[in-house]
Design a protein around this ligand. Structure first.
Ligand SMILES: Cc1cc2nc3c(=O)[nH]c(=O)nc-3n(C[C@H](O)[C@H](O)[C@H](O)COP(=O)(O)OP(=O)(O)OC[C@H]3O[C@@H](n4cnc5c(N)ncnc54)[C@H](O)[C@@H]3O)c2cc1C
Length: 372
């Protein structure tokens, strides 16, 4: 069966309880670890595996081959209410599963899909540079030479997250002999010909297992090719790639709304003079969630009108997350300025929602370049 036939849109029939279990792990283990993840002391591999065991990474790819992005987003949202860095890793992991499930390469699917959906195998996605290159923002950084049984890949990527020595990620390279030909590949970090380079400390997202990648003429066997023709494949996966990011936005917004609500008892008499109130953000969040739920019903819709709505929803989600976290700081006042208070962490994490690919400026360019 080809992946197109394998993956249709449908309703999740997974046993009830997985979301409650994800919520429990988020409020307990993840809550305790959030500060260490934020400061970069901890890459939470065990917690990510526990989420996988609970079913968090398999909600979008159902056993009957149907697709349910909305359930996966609900899981990421619960995680994101507690920790934005882990919500980002949840997106990385879910997106890796999304790539593999949508591949026509049966050998690759057979070998890697179940380990990734179960969380036994962790990994991420290196599509920022390719996504920027497709919209004329920068050049594709990885070049591939055809060799017997596969490709040899050279080049580097500045950042890929949710990685470690035994992790996987998907990315795209350009055929060195034909720039119109792009290949989407799965990279095994255990290969000695790909080097993981530590990054300088970040403003947030430090515990996300983020590395620079150096490809030293790395051999990619045919069985690691996600799509020999990356462009039509990207058209298939691009809406899912973007829509799954909604969980990062919704989780951060939910927590910031709750931070604002909690200040009411002691500061409500003065916070009421602030322009933006938690009720306003709750309304915006509900609108974003309704729109995303609607878009999740048809992730394989290739019409320009659908694509514009997806891009627009992503832009609104990123901008609203930053506004909401900014308001949570203003409502919190001095107590939010204390490092131990999470309001400042939520603001730093919110910026990432707006700068991770597709970043706000890229989304605006994409909308400007689209036919009216
Ligand atoms: C913490 C973190 C995690 C990330 N994880 C991933 C991931 O998992 N997968 C993925 O594909 N992308 C990842 N990215 C990249 C991210 O998605 C965006 O592409 C990035 O934030 C910049 O996007 P931008 O559109 O604002 O580009 P800009 O910042 O405007 O431009 C990006 C370009 O500037 C150059 N550049 C700027 N600063 C540096 C630097 N310090 N080192 C090297 N080059 C630099 C590079 O050429 C780069 O391509 C990550 C970024 C960060 C900060």
């Amino acid at each position: 069966m080809t992946s197109a036939a394998l993956l249709e849109n449908g309703t999740n029939s997974a046993p009830l309880g997985w979301l409650e279990r994800v919520g429990e792990i988020a409020s307990n283990d993840l809550n305790r670890a959030a500060a260490d993840i934020d400061s970069g002391k901890l890459y939470p591999a065990d917690i990510l595996r526990a989420f996988g065991k609970a079913g968090a990474w398999r909600q979008h790819i159902l056993p009957d081959g149907k697709v349910d992005l909305l359930s996966a987003i609900k899981g990421i949202t619960l995680i994101g209410e507690v920790c934005g860095a882990t919500a980002f890793m949840a997106w990385c992991q879910n997106t890796l599963g999304w790539y593999i499930a949508n591949s026509d390469n049966a050998i690759l699917r057979e070998k890697y899909l179940e380990p990734v959906l179960s969380g036994r195998q962790l990994g991420g996605t290196g599509l920022s540079n390719p996504m920027k290159s497709f919209f004329g923002i920068e050049k594709l950084r990885l070049k591939a030479k055809r060799v017997d049984g596969g490709w040899r890949v050279k080049g580097n990527l500045p950042w890929v997250s949710n990685l470690g020595a035994d992790h996987l990620f998907g990315t795209i390279c350009e055929n060195a002999d034909d720039a119109t030909h792009k290949i989407m590949i799965l990279v095994d970090c255990a290969d000695p010909n790909v080097t993981l380079l530590p990054c300088d400390p970040f403003l947030a997202m430090d515990g996300t297992g983020t590395y620079g990648l150096q490809f030293n003429d790395m051999f990619i066997a045919e069985e690691m090719v996600l799509a020999d023709q990356a462009m039509p494949y990207v058209e298939r996966i691009r809406a899912g790639f973007i829509l799954l990011q909604a969980g990062m936005a919704a989780g951060n917004m939910r927590d910031c709304i709750s931070i604002m609500e909690r200040t009411k008892a002691s500061l409500g008499h003065v916070n009421c003079y602030l322009d933006e109130q938690p009720e306003d953000f709750a309304k915006s969040l509900a609108e974003i969630e309704t729109l995303v739920a609607d878009l999740c019903a048809t992730p394989y819709d290739r019409s320009p009108a659908y694509w514009r709505r997806v891009v627009d929803a992503r832009l609104v989600a990123g901008e609203m997350t930053v506004k909401c976290a900014h308001a949570a700081m203003l409502h919190s006042g001095a107590r939010g300025y204390v490092m131990a208070n999470r309001a400042q962490r939520r603001l730093r994490e919110a910026y990432f929602v707006a700068i991770v690919t597709p970043a706000t400026k890229q989304l605006r360019k994409m909308l400007a370049d689209m036919p009216a």
